[in-house]
Design a protein around this ligand. Sequence first.
Ligand SMILES: Nc1nc2c(c(=O)[nH]1)N[C@H]1C(S)=C(S)[C@@H](COP(=O)(O)OP(=O)(O)OC[C@H]3O[C@@H](n4cnc5c(=O)[nH]c(N)nc54)[C@H](O)[C@@H]3O)O[C@H]1N2
Ligand SMILES: Nc1nc2c(c(=O)[nH]1)N[C@H]1C(S)=C(S)[C@@H](COP(=O)(O)OP(=O)(O)OC[C@H]3O[C@@H](n4cnc5c(=O)[nH]c(N)nc54)[C@H](O)[C@@H]3O)O[C@H]1N2
Ligand SMILES: [Mo]
Length: 719
Amino acid sequence: MTKLDSLIKNKIACEETGITIKKTCCDICNHYSHCAIDAYIKDGKIIKIEGSSDNPHTKGTLCPRGAANRQYIYSDERILHPLKRIGEKGEGKFEKITWEEAYQTIAEKFNRYKERHGAHSVAFMVGFEKWYRPPLLKLANAFGSPNYITEGSTCQEAHKMAWELVFGDLGPADYQRTELLIVWSRNPVYSNLDNNRGFYEAIERGLKMIVVDPRITPISQKAYMHLQLKPGTDGALALGMAKIIVEEELYDKDFVEKYVHGFSEFKEMVKEYPLDKVSKITGVPEAMIEETARLYAKTKPAAILTSASPVVHHVNGIQNYRAVISLVALTGNFDIHGGNRVMSWSYLHVSSFTPCNEHEYVGKKCDDMPAIGFKEFPVWAALNPEQGQAMMLPQYILEGKPYEIKAMYAAGMSHMMWPDTKYLLKSLKELEFLVSTDLFMTEVCKYADIVLPACSSFERCDVKIFPENTIQCLDPAIEPLGESKNDIEIIFDIARHLGIKDEKLNMTNDEYMNYIIEPTGRMIEEIRSNGGLMETKYLSGSYEEKKYLKSGFNTPSGKVELLSTLIEKYADEYGYDVLPIYKPFSEIRKGYEDSHYPLIMNSGSRKPQYMHSRTFRMRWIRELEPIDLLDISREDAAELDLKNNDKVIISTPKGSIEATIRVNMAVQKGVVHMYHGNVNADVNQLMDHNYLDPISGYPGFKNFPCRIDKKNVETTGGK
Ligand SMILES: Nc1nc2c(c(=O)[nH]1)N[C@H]1C(S)=C(S)[C@@H](COP(=O)(O)OP(=O)(O)OC[C@H]3O[C@@H](n4cnc5c(=O)[nH]c(N)nc54)[C@H](O)[C@@H]3O)O[C@H]1N2
Ligand SMILES: Nc1nc2c(c(=O)[nH]1)N[C@H]1C(S)=C(S)[C@@H](COP(=O)(O)OP(=O)(O)OC[C@H]3O[C@@H](n4cnc5c(=O)[nH]c(N)nc54)[C@H](O)[C@@H]3O)O[C@H]1N2
Ligand SMILES: [Mo]
C-alpha cells in the first residue's frame, strides 16, 4: 500500500487526501446535549465522524447515535424535494413540485381557512425538535392562531407545571454541591450524556445517593439505597415520607412558617399515609422509607433530582410530582446551594447566564379563542398560555368540538408522540389540509397534502450557547441534500407567502441568528473569524441563593403552595384535589382494571442508542438488539414459561402487537418495559386516547395494564 492509499484508507484529513474537517454538531437528541462533531468531508460528502475534543461542553464525547450519524443524514428515507400527494392519504404516493408551488398552495389554503373558519382552525405543530420553535410560535401568532402545539404536551411542560404550582419556578438539583441526592426517576447515564462526566465526578467525590426507580439503573448500582417502587406510586411514597418528616418534627419550621401556604391542611392529609400502607402500595420496605425520610430531612443541604417525564407520565402524574417536590418545601431546600436551585436560562433552555433575545419571539398571545385543550385542562391553560395541549388535537379534528381544526403545519411531527396512534392517524385522515416538514418520509408525511424536505444540522448554519458561557457558530459541513432547506428559512418563506408583515419573520437565517445572540456581545461574523467558538462578552449575572427573600414566590399567594390556590379555582367544576393527593389505580384506571390484564406496561424508558422515532432507521443502531424488545422480570418469565428471544403478543383493551422477550434482572416482577417510537412495534397503539392526567392532559405512558401471551401458544389467563 502506498502512503497515499494508507492516508485515504484511514481517512486522514490533509492536502494529499483532499479530506477536510468541518466543525458541526449532532442534533439527534436533546438540544442542551448536542454533541460537537468533527465531520471529515471528501468531495462534498461526510466520510467520517468524530467528537470535537476542543468543545468545552461535550469534550469529544459521542454516543452511539452520534457515531452513526451518516446513516441518519444519508438515509434512503430522506425527503429530497417538495412533494404533493397524488394517492390516498396514508398510501405514500407523491409527485415532485417546486418550492414556489408548495408555498403558494399553503398560503392560499391557510388564508382561505382563516377567512372562512377563523385563524384558530389552522394549527402549528412542532415535535421534539427545539431550534426552530421561536419563529414557528411567532408565525402562529402573527397568522392569528392560538393553536401552537408542541411535544411539551408529553414532555417538559407537566413537570414545569408542578414546580410552578408549588414554587412558582423550576428548581433543578444542584448535584455538584449537595450532601445527599435523591435521584427520583432519572437515568442520566442514558438520557443526559453531556452531564455524565460531572455526575460521575460527583460520585467519585463521594456523593451520597438514594435512587427512587422501578428498575435497576447504572446510577442505582452506585447508590446508598435503591427504593424500587411500583411505577406510578411516587405520590404515596412521597406522602409517606412527608408524614414521617412532619410527625417527627424534622421539617424546617422557620421556612414552613414564613413561606408555606396550606401546611396545616397538608399535615392533616398526610395522616392518611402510614408506613405500612405506603409500603404495601409502593412495594418499598418500611425501613427504607423511614431511613430515606429521616436522612433527607436531616442532611443539609439535600437535593432531589427529578426528570421531565416518568413521574408525570401517569394519570395521577401532576399530583404525584407535586407530592415529591413538597418534600423540598418541607425541608427548606429550595433555591440554596446544594439544594434545588432556581437557575437562569439561555437560548433554547440551556442553563447559563448568557443572555439572548429568544424571549422576543416567545409568548405573545394572539387572539381570545382558547387554544386546543384549554377548555379541558384549565390549569394547563393558566400556566402555558402560549401553547395548546396537543393530546386533544385528534378529538378537535374528529369531533369538531368545541371547534374544528381544518388545517395544520406540522414541522417534525411523529404520530407516536401520542397514545392511541391509530386514533391520531384517523384524525389526520379527516383533517382537510396537512403540511408535514420532516427529514424523513414518516407516517405523518404519508397523510400530508404537501410534504416539505428539511435539512439536517450538518447542512445548515446554527448557533449554540453552552453552559460554560461559550457560543459556537456552526456553518454547513455539506450542502443541503436534494432541495432540502433549513426549517427557519422555510418558516420565513411561508410567512412571506401568507402576506405576514412581521419584521422578526422577515430575515435571512444569519440575520436571525445575529438577532438571537445580540445580547451576548458577539456577532456570528466575529465568531466565524475566530474559528467558530468564543466566550460570550456579557453575562446576565451569577447564581444568587434565596431569591424569594427579595421577590417572594411566583405563585398566586406569593408563597410556596402545598395547597394550590390555582387548582382551587377549578376544583369544584373539574373535580380536582387542591392537595397533592395520591390516587390508587383502582380509582384512576376506571374501565381498565381487569384481571385479564395483570401486568403493568412501563413504556419508553430511555435506552442509550434510541431517540424516540428517529434512530430506528439507522442500521448500526437497529442491529444492537431486537427492535421490538420487551423486558420482563425473571419471575414473570418463569411463570409464563418464557425465555430470551421468544416471540410474544402484548395485548391491552385497545389492541395487540408482537414483541421479542428479554429476561432482564433490572426489571421488577409485575412490570414489563418496551421502548416507544418504533413504527414496526408501536407500543403507543396499545393505549387509550382518554387515558390522560386530568390536570396536565399527559398520557399514562408509564403505567397501563397489559397481558403477555406466548406466540402460537393457546393460553387462557395471561399469567
Ligand atoms: N438516549 C436517550 N436519551 C434521551 C431521550 C431518548 O429518547 N433517548 N429522550 C429525551 C427526553 S425527550 C426525555 S423527556 C428525557 C427523559 O429522561 P429520563 O427521565 O432520565 O429517562 P427515562 O428513562 O424516561 O426515565 C428515568 C427513569 O425513570 C424510571 N421510571 C419509570 N417509571 C417510573 C415511575 O413511575 N416512577 C419513578 N420514580 N421512576 C420511573 C425509569 O425506570 C428510568 O430509569 O430523556 C431525554 N434523553
Ligand atoms: N410510549 C411512550 N411514548 C412517548 C414517550 C414515552 O416515554 N413513552 N415519551 C414522550 C416524550 S417525553 C417525548 S419528548 C415525545 C417525543 O416524540 P416526537 O416529538 O414524536 O419525537 P421524534 O420521534 O424524535 O421526532 C419527531 C419528528 O421530528 C423529525 N425531525 C428531526 N429533526 C428535524 C428537523 O430538524 N426538522 C424537522 N422539520 N423535523 C425534524 C423526525 O424525523 C421525526 O419524524 O414522545 C413522547 N411519547
Ligand atoms: Mo421528552
